[in-house]
Design a protein around this ligand. Structure first.
Ligand code: HEC
Ligand code: HEC
Ligand code: HEC
Ligand code: HEC
Ligand code: HEC
Ligand code: HEC
Ligand code: HEC
Ligand code: HEC
Length: 436
């Protein structure tokens, strides 16, 4: 019988005979198979045998993973101590002696992947949910305005929207299983019942946990898209996206960490610039490490803070040097330096010519009592919001990642329209002393 890697491994794990494994087209070294087989206890094997019947898709993904090759199986990630807050026995399965949980927190991954977890904990991704907790205006947006203060259903916008990207605090029901208000979600900043924070599956989806997947721009695109942070659209608009989209499917994406270098690929993906080892740089799970500006805030300042909750997390000048090191693997220093001179100019223009005058008008109207209490019914405040949160981010991020359509048509073109509109409303209100 011929068998694929996946099938051979599965048979071997279950202790079933694997005929002629050595002479299959892609063979697994017998030694490794033996090691895997020894690593699994009877309880560990039982998970696989039984779940193969229930949800074969999950077992197939796992069997395809590096974990399966290394003998790391269901029980290593899902078993929990009897007294853990999320310890549940299977509802319909009396004969499994093991306490399990569907929740697998970053602390579980961190038992084996210490560096990845430490770097993640020091990154802007770590705060994705925590930064929302104290912000009353954001809760009001989700529950009062979008959720219409509905007695039972007001949570829907947050649960199907914000939470799926940002995460939430995962709560447990009386059976120690996660509640439908908080799970499932892959949000980046989930807080788990064990207190750990994050979502390793956000980029390495379960149960394959592949680095090749995370190196593709699609792994970031499920969150980094849309009108307020169109990073995948920006990438597609850039020359790098042009190259990736024409030939990326032929590149080598599964080289070992720190061995994935130009030659395996011709152009950078999101991961190459923000995370991967390249040249003298090492892999980092801290996506804030190579940044200079903050480009999402109302005003862009240079980064310089160790506080993971600070918008200025990072070290701007050091980040810029690292990012330039990335570019210089494929470009000349003149090319790289000139590119950043162009981009920085756009960020400074936004700060000085849009953020500053718009904010001065906002402050003056507030002082004179000429702003509506509900910002979402006030033409001035709505336009101000679009100016920094949508148009302003697109102009800044488009400029810094080489996307002319976003720097210009979706960026500065719309910014000047916003500013003229703000000036007109401002003049009208000052003249009449009233909100129209
Ligand atoms: C004899 C069959 C059987 C065995 C053995 C078994 N399971 Fe399950 N498992 C099930 C069934 C059926 C369900 C779905 C019913 C449920 O959620 O209780 C399930 C559900 C689960 C869930 C989801 C629980 C939830 O709250 O949604 C996890 C995680 C899990 N199993 C892991 C394991 C692990 C790890 C092992 C090995 C230690 C294991 N299972 C052994 C049958 C089995
Ligand atoms: C490397 C760790 C790891 C291994 C090994 C692993 N899982 Fe998971 N599993 C996860 C993570 C992470 C999640 C997502 C949990 C969350 O959202 O917190 C998950 C979720 C699940 C869920 C619930 C979600 C769903 O889609 O139904 C089930 C059931 C499950 N795993 C079963 C299994 C089975 C069966 C195996 C063995 C074939 C297995 N897992 C092996 C990490 C692992
Ligand atoms: C019990 C230890 C252990 C746990 C727990 C564990 N891993 Fe792993 N993981 C490993 C080992 C060992 C390898 C290396 C396998 C190899 O090199 O073939 C690995 C490899 C990986 C890789 C690289 C895969 C590739 O394509 O090269 C990723 C990504 C990964 N793990 C993510 C996770 C995530 C996410 C979790 C938690 C949901 C997790 N691991 C939990 C031991 C573990
Ligand atoms: C599950 C959704 C999700 C995925 C997938 C995701 N991100 Fe993010 N990312 C976020 C959120 C949410 C934030 C905002 C964090 C905050 O609240 O400050 C963010 C912020 C960032 C930042 C800015 C950090 C800072 O310090 O301001 C960078 C850079 C970034 N992500 C890069 C990436 C890259 C590169 C990938 C893919 C390899 C990726 N992200 C995948 C959700 C995601
Ligand atoms: C499609 C995924 C997605 C959804 C849905 C989403 N966000 Fe975000 N959010 C992001 C990403 C990605 C960033 C990072 C932007 C950047 O770095 O430029 C971000 C940034 C932010 C920031 C700025 C970061 C900081 O540290 O202050 C806040 C605040 C925020 N989002 C709140 C929300 C709220 C509240 C909702 C729901 C009303 C929401 N987001 C919905 C993906 C999302
Ligand atoms: C923002 C997306 C993203 C998130 C979130 C993420 N990873 Fe990764 N991870 C990557 C990328 C991209 C690579 C490949 C880097 C390279 O090119 O070598 C990687 C590589 C890895 C590797 C192999 C490289 C190494 O350093 O050993 C492991 C193991 C790993 N991740 C584990 C984790 C764990 C554990 C978590 C959660 C704490 C996690 N990842 C969260 C994107 C992510
Ligand atoms: C050619 C390298 C390169 C590629 C490819 C790239 N980026 Fe960037 N990215 C940058 C640079 C440079 C900046 C601006 C850094 C600075 O502040 O000087 C940036 C900024 C960002 C920011 C803004 C952080 C903030 O402060 O608001 C996010 C978010 C981001 N990138 C995500 C992504 C995602 C997601 C992808 C893929 C879809 C991607 N990037 C592709 C180089 C790259
Ligand atoms: C893996 C190699 C690689 C890396 C890393 C890389 N680039 Fe590129 N880049 C290319 C290739 C190839 C082109 C296409 C050149 C052409 O248009 O003929 C390109 C094109 C560009 C262009 C379009 C203008 C031009 O020269 O055609 C800009 C701007 C650019 N890169 C900036 C950067 C910046 C800034 C960085 C670092 C943040 C970077 N690149 C990182 C390979 C790379």
């Amino acid at each position: 019988m011929k068998c694929t890697i996946r099938l051979c491994l599965l048979l071997a794990l279950l202790g079933l005979p694997v005929a002629h494994a050595a002479d299959t087209a892609i063979s697994i070294a017998p030694v490794k198979t033996l090691k895997v087989d020894r690593g699994l206890t009877a309880d560990g094997k039982a998970c696989i045998t039984c779940h193969q019947q229930i949800a074969p898709g999950q077992v197939a993904d796992w069997a395809d993973s590096r974990h399966a090759h290394a003998g790391i199986s269901c029980i290593d990630c899902h078993q929990v101590a009897e007294d853990a807050p999320n310890a549940s026995r299977h509802a319909n399965v009396e004969d499994t002696p093991v306490f399990v949980s569907a929740l697998v927190s970053p602390a579980v991954c961190g038992r084996c992947h210490v560096d990845a977890k430490e770097q993640f904990d020091a990154s802007g991704h770590f705060r994705a949910y925590r930064q929302i907790i104290p912000k009353d205006s954001l809760h009001a947006l989700q529950v009062v305005h979008e959720g219409r203060n509905h007695p039972e259903l007001s949570g829907a916008p947050g649960e199907t929207g914000c939470m799926q990207c940002h995460g939430t605090e995962i709560k447990l029901d009386e059976n120690k299983r996660p509640t439908p208000e908080t799970w499932p979600n892959n949000g980046m900043g989930n807080i788990y019942p064990d207190g750990s924070t994050g979502s390793c599956t956000a980029c390495h989806s379960r149960h394959k946990f592949s680095i090749a997947e995370a190196r593709h721009p699609h792994a970031c695109a499920s969150c980094h898209l849309g009108p307020d942070h169109p990073n995948i659209e920006i990438f597609n608009n850039s020359k790098h996206g042009h190259i990736y989209n024409t030939e990326g499917d032929e590149w080598t994406m599964d080289s070992a960490p720190d061995a994935w270098e130009p030659g395996d690929y011709r152009g950078p993906t999101c991961a190459t610039c923000h995370m991967s080892g390249i040249g003298e740089l090492q892999v980092t799970h801290n996506i804030s490490e190579r940044l200079y500006w903050n480009l999402w805030a109302k005003k862009s300042d240079v980064r310089g803070s160790d506080d993971v909750l600070s918008p200025l997390l990072g070290d701007g000048p050091a980040g810029r040097e690292k990012m330039k090191t990335v570019c210089n693997n494929c470009h000349s220093e003149t090319h790289t330096n000139n590119f950043f001179t162009q981009g920085d100019k756009a960020v400074m223009l936004y700060n000085e010519a849009y953020y500053t005058p718009a904010t001065a008008m906002l402050d003056e109207l507030r002082e004179k009592g000429l702003l509506r209490e509900n910002p979402w019914t006030d033409e001035f405040q709505i336009t101000y919001y679009y100016l920094w949160h949508h148009e302003g981010r697109r102009a800044r991020q488009g400029a810094m990642m080489g996307a002319p359509d976003y720097a210009h048509w979706h960026g500065f073109f719309e910014l000047q329209q916003d500013l003229y509109k703000l000036e007109q409303i401002h003049a009208r209100r000052l003249e009449s002393g009233e909100i129209e």
